[in-house]
Write a protein that binds this ligand. Structure first.
Ligand SMILES: [Zn+2]
Length: 446
């Protein structure tokens, strides 16, 4: 009797193990495939996927029987669709979205609630076709927990590379906004002044899990102070921030609007400039010389300008003023940068705009004069390069993760087709797109 129980137990373990180790095969029949945004489309292709990985891309529509080991493969019919690599947003704040009482939230919302909100916002982003995001500032504990939970398969979401807290000088764009010290402890981990403190602040983020470092080189639109959009960290502080990050193998993203502060960040050696609103031709030359990416975030400018115009009571006067000034100049900055050959990585500032509206950035980039193909490159190959994900995503080829989307039209001819993907797969998992929209809060809509 005892022996029989042992045998049954052993069989159960074996069954469980084999179920766990089972391979799941999928074959996507792609009518039109843009495997690499830098290359030409190919017609009638099959993408063969095992678990989360692309195994092979073959000409023609192959059957499960034609792929060794894939007899039970699920065939996914996208013969009438345009199939391409999952999109990448290089600038998100996935834990939050603009709310009218954002000042109060800053000192009342828990990290735990932020993480859970990030799960919902992440799914909205994923359903919009964005299979990877680079988060550039937000509650450190919350974002690292969300990233790790997604990586470990505990919750679904886009692949996240996270900065943790952004670095800011005291009173600067990322600082608390004038709260008393007993309400908003100061300095918190992202605030630093002087080279030594800045180095320590960078190292602290890395200690807790930062994939990259974000700092604010200049003032910003949504900081609740009338400190403009000019340089805030000194040249010396910026050099210390970048050197400390690079020494530990982390890339650096610098938020920058004004020309002087922006150029100081480029000279300090940052890997990307976020926004870049007031760059000119001279600045663009400096971009090209240093090889830094511009992450344009046009939709952020578009959103704040629209809110400031349509809902004049939404922002406090200091923010209202900046929103009306900065919004309109950003398209011009992208036009100058693109014409000069600056490397562009797609990024929105989602959280300023509603999560899930990320692809509208592509429409605005196109309006600014950037061709469709260049936009698709910026949102796949280039963003993957900036995020050090080139070996993992950004193109559809053997060995990479199966991050794949489909749209009904041809985005090389009409970029707006990106607004409504018909199919999304992230790391081999098909995402259910049939989810009714839920308006959780009265956020301003673009
Ligand atoms: Zn931002």
């Amino acid at each position: 009797m005892f022996r029989k129980i042992l045998i049954t137990a052993a069989m159960t373990i074996c069954t469980t193990f084999s179920a766990y180790a089972a391979e799941e095969w999928k074959i996507i029949h792609a009518g039109t495939l843009l495997a690499d945004a830098r290359e030409q489309v190919r017609i009638e292709q099959s993408i063969i996927i095992r678990n989360s990985e692309i195994i092979e891309v073959r000409d023609g529509y192959v059957t499960a029987g034609q792929v060794s080991g894939a007899a039970s493969a699920k065939i996914i019919d996208l013969k009438g669709q345009f199939v391409m690599s999952g999109l990448i947003d290089s600038h998100t704040h996935i834990l939050s979205q603009q709310e009218a009482n954002r000042r109060e939230i800053r000192v009342t919302r828990s990290s735990e609630l932020s993480t859970l909100m990030g799960v919902e916002f992440g799914m909205r982003t994923l359903r919009a076709g964005f299979t990877s995001i680079r988060n550039v500032g937000g509650d450190r504990n919350a974002i690292f927990a969300l990233r790790d939970a997604i990586n470990q398969g505990i919750v679904m979401g886009p692949r996240i590379k996270a900065a943790g807290q952004g670095m800011t000088p005291t009173g600067g764009h990322g600082d608390g906004g004038g709260f008393r010290d007993d309400i908003f402890p100061h300095p918190h981990s992202g605030v630093c002044d002087g080279a030594a403190e800045c180095r320590k602040a960078v190292r602290t983020q890395i200690k807790y899990g930062a994939d990259h470092i974000k700092y604010v080189a200049t003032g910003g639109v949504l900081s609740m102070t009338a400190t403009g959009t000019g340089q805030q960290f000194t040249d010396e502080e910026q050099i210390a921030l970048v050197q400390a990050a690079h020494a530990m193998g982390r890339k650096v993203a610098a938020h920058a609007h004004g020309k002087i502060g922006l150029e100081a960040a480029l000279r300090a050696g940052v890997d990307s400039i976020e926004h870049g609103s007031y760059l000119d031709e001279e600045t663009a030359d400096l971009f090209v010389a240093t090889g830094a990416y511009l992450v344009p975030t046009l939709i952020a400018g578009h959103t704040v300008e629209r809110i400031a115009t349509e809902r004049p009571d939404f922002y406090i006067p200091e923010v209202q003023q900046k929103a009306l000034e900065v919004g309109p100049v950003m398209k011009n900055a992208l036009r100058i940068a693109y014409d000069k050959g600056v490397k562009i990585a797609f990024g929105t500032d989602a959280g300023v705009n509603d999560h899930g509206t990320n692809a509208y950035e592509a429409v605005l980039m196109n309006e600014a004069g950037m061709p469709e193909r260049a936009i698709l490159i910026s949102a796949t190959v280039n963003a993957a390069d900036l995020m050090s994900l080139t070996d993992i995503t950004g193109t559809i080829e053997a060995g990479k993760d199966a991050d794949i989307i489909a749209v009904s039209g041809n985005p090389l001819e009409d970029i707006a087709t990106l607004l409504a993907p018909s199919f999304v797969m992230a790391r081999g998992t098909e995402i259910n797109l049939d989810v009714p929209p839920v308006d959780l809060f009265p956020w301003p809509k673009i």
